[in-house]
Design a protein around this ligand. Structure first.
Ligand code: NAG
Ligand code: NAG
Ligand code: NAG
Ligand code: NAG
Ligand code: NAG
Length: 371
């Protein structure tokens, strides 16, 4: 009897010990899983995870982002007559041709108003290949800026990576909500009329995806051209690149500017100057955008006339803007009037990679500038 009960006790002890070990093992396993478990992108979309979510930020860092390149620029001209790409211009060519002038206007606005507190940063949404129509290439190339380039279209993003920009590239469309989303996007050549969900779009910027998931159901088999793109909030991209002070924010996303701007936490991000594409927008829409940015402490400064980006609007944070006097100062400094060629070649065919053909221009704000 005694022997039996003793062997039972040993047996129980054995069972209890094993259960304990198993329990500890399971708890540990669970904890490890919690630490590493992140939802998939689709799950994050469904859960509407916050734009600051660590898993989302890491997803962007690890899966949707390329880091500033240390390699030489590869500005191979990718002229494609059929779809109208353009050759990258030298800054001089660009300013002489006036086609690209907004980068100069934006630069002048930044240099006039925004004190330099270390590295200058840009954020360009709708970056295309980082060369074609780029507002920020020259700032990076000649004035040592860096920043973030956001591009949704696969084809352009892979071109962008080949250019070796010294900036972060983010392969995504910008979300209209403060959580990640999926949009339908019709990759389309530049300046070709396209139809987006029954809305006529006369100028399609291939750098943008601005269609909404709620419209998906309306699409039928005939719309096979549409592809799904992953959209992330702008702030998530900023966190992924760890850049939250932006000197120049270029927003060119064909129609959803206001919605996208509304997702920006202005108390956490410092943007000195916005340059926003407003071409072809009805006055009512422009007004809404101005009212919104004014409510966030921005002064509407100017609409750009002519050139490649007619109707772009420039907004300046009011703390940098000191009134009428500044306006007059800036108005005097229109690009064409103020850059004076001091030395160098004006040859239209100058090789943009050939330093010898660069030109030194003189400017009242910048002094001598090699462009
Ligand atoms: C350019 O920026 C880098 C990185 O911020 C800095 O180390 C370097 O000194 C800057 N160069 C010039 C010429 O300003
Ligand atoms: C430079 O760009 C061209 C065109 O995109 C590409 O074919 C070539 O492989 C690139 N070179 C490097 C070194 O990345
Ligand atoms: C698109 O343009 C065509 C021709 O210009 C016009 O007939 C049609 O009504 C337009 N559709 C929309 C949705 O504006
Ligand atoms: C999709 O198809 C349905 C019926 O087949 C039709 O009623 C609807 O108008 C179509 N939608 C579009 C956007 O073509
Ligand atoms: C982010 O940038 C700040 C300075 O701007 C720096 O102090 C910090 O260490 C950076 N964080 C990471 C994770 O790199």
């Amino acid at each position: 009897m005694r022997g039996f009960s003793r062997s039972m006790n040993i047996k129980n002890l054995y069972v209890i010990t094993m259960c304990g070990i198993l329990l500890i093992y399971l708890m540990k396993k669970q904890r490890n899983q919690d630490a590493t478990k992140c939802l998939s992108f689709e799950e994050m979309v469904a859960e509407k995870v916050n734009m600051e979510d660590e898993c989302l930020v890491n997803y962007v860092k690890n899966r949707r982002m390329c880091y500033p390149s240390t390699l030489q620029y590869n500005l191979t001209t990718r002229i494609d007559k059929k779809i109208g790409y353009v050759t990258p211009l030298t800054p001089l060519q660009s300013y002489l041709s006036e086609k690209d002038a907004p980068w100069i206007e934006a630069l002048i606005a930044v240099e006039t108003f925004v004190p330099k507190r270390g590295q200058r940063h840009f954020l360009e949404c709708g970056a295309i290949d980082g060369v074609t129509f780029s507002t920020t290439l020259h700032l990076e190339r000649f004035l040592n800026w860096t920043g973030i380039l956001i591009e949704a279209d696969d084809r352009f993003y892979s071109d962008l990576k080949r250019v070796h920009r010294r900036a972060y590239g983010v392969h995504a469309c910008v979300s209209r909500d403060s959580y990640p989303s999926v949009a339908l996007f019709k990759p389309s050549p530049i300046y070709v009329a396209s139809t987006f969900l029954g809305h006529n779009v006369t100028k399609v910027n291939p750098g943008t995806g601005y269609l909404v998931s709620q419209h998906r159901r309306e699409l039928n088999g005939s719309d096979v051209d549409f592809i799904e793109v992953k959209c992330i909030p702008i702030y998530t991209a900023l966190l992924a690149a760890n850049i939250t002070n932006i000197d120049l924010f270029v927003l060119d996303i064909e129609g959803v500017e206001l919605e996208v701007l509304k997702t920006l936490p202005f108390e956490k991000v410092s943007v000195a100057i916005f340059m926003i594409e407003m071409a072809g927008k009805p006055e009512s829409e422009r007004k809404l955008l101005r009212i919104f940015l004014q409510s966030k402490g921005y002064i509407f400064y100017d609409s750009i006339n002519g050139g490649m980006h007619p109707g772009d609007e420039i907004f300046i944070k009011d703390e940098y803007y000191k009134g009428e006097e500044d306006i007059e100062k800036l108005k005097i400094l229109t690009p064409r009037d103020t850059f004076k060629i001091v030395t160098g070649s004006k040859d239209e065919d100058v090789d943009s990679n050939d330093l010898k053909s660069f030109v030194i221009a003189s400017h009242p704000v910048f002094g001598h500038l090699v462009i």
